[in-house]
Write a protein that binds this ligand. Sequence first.
Ligand SMILES: Nc1ncnc2c1ncn2[C@@H]1O[C@H](COP(=O)(O)OP(=O)(O)OP(=O)(O)O)[C@@H](O)[C@H]1O
Ligand SMILES: [Mg+2]
Length: 334
Amino acid sequence: MTAEPLLQIRELKTYFHTERGRVSPVDGVSLEVGKGEIVGIVGESGCGKSATAQSVLRLFDEKRLASYEGEIRYGERDLLRLTPKQMRSVRGNEISMIFQDPLSSLNPVHTIGDQIVETLRLHQSIGRREAAKKAVELLRLTGIPAPERRAREYPHQLSGGMRQRVMIAIALACQPQLLIADEPTTALDVTIQAQILELIQDLNRRLGMSVMLITHDLGVVAETCSRVVVMYLGQVVESGSVRDLFRKPLHPYTIGLMRSVPRLDGDRQRELPAVPGSVPPLHQIPSGCRFAPRCPYADDKCRSSQPELAALPGTDTQVRCWHAGRIAGWEAAQ
Ligand SMILES: Nc1ncnc2c1ncn2[C@@H]1O[C@H](COP(=O)(O)OP(=O)(O)OP(=O)(O)O)[C@@H](O)[C@H]1O
Ligand SMILES: [Mg+2]
């Protein structure tokens, strides 16, 4: 990685203590987000993308549901060692998150402007009038037309794309160093999706804000990110620069995901489920390599012993596969 690291997750394990026993939606995840960098996290539904993001901000109920192991280095601190009070300050001032469904995260009974003002005043000691002015500026920054008028409107008066811009404005209110965007465009149509992604890129360039962008869409990653982390069943199976990964994916899961990227001639209906089978539930984790039951390369070794995530010499790529060397063309096929 070339950028100086801002967030370094090391061997993160998140446990959910459920009625059916203990499960790990995040099981030994290590990844980094550099300063000013946009890193994509991809994987099918249920792979633990959101759980990883929510663990960074420690959003799970630590009294009843979740516990964590490992390290989440953010600057000098390990977020897993902070008190709840210190964590609230990180959430409000340093790391912001935007969620998939903007309507459920906005308060229907308050105007857009008031909600941004409230966030601003929670984190900065400024007066109401100054905060109101800033709120309008933030709405303008996110490309909302007529922001003075929009500030007086309620969430239901805005389109999905506008609401997502409002969510981004709220997330930016504290001038975060890191924005975690969990599927920020999934609920939007394709044109609006492209606009929101452009907005995120623009904010990244202008404000130097780092972004962790969660998506199941590799097309989005190709257009927006510099690095990408591929997750399968709570683990990282491959990570590297977008350029390398798209040129030569090495993990069979990544190769499968790539095949499901819709053609550029457009029709998303034709998107193929390129990886046969489905992600098993957390209490039925296969032994050996977790991907083996769905993998065309799997052999006895894959089914009995789990590969580590290993760096590929001379590259930024890391891959968790017994056959990566062969797939890369470095070892003769047996
Ligand atoms: N509160 C919870 N209690 C128990 N299990 C949960 C809870 N939240 C998530 N899970 C499980 O954790 C696993 C990872 O879920 P997660 O939401 O992180 O997946 P994801 O990669 O974000 O998927 P999607 O693309 O659908 O958003 C899943 O098996 C899910 O069922
Ligand atoms: Mg999710």
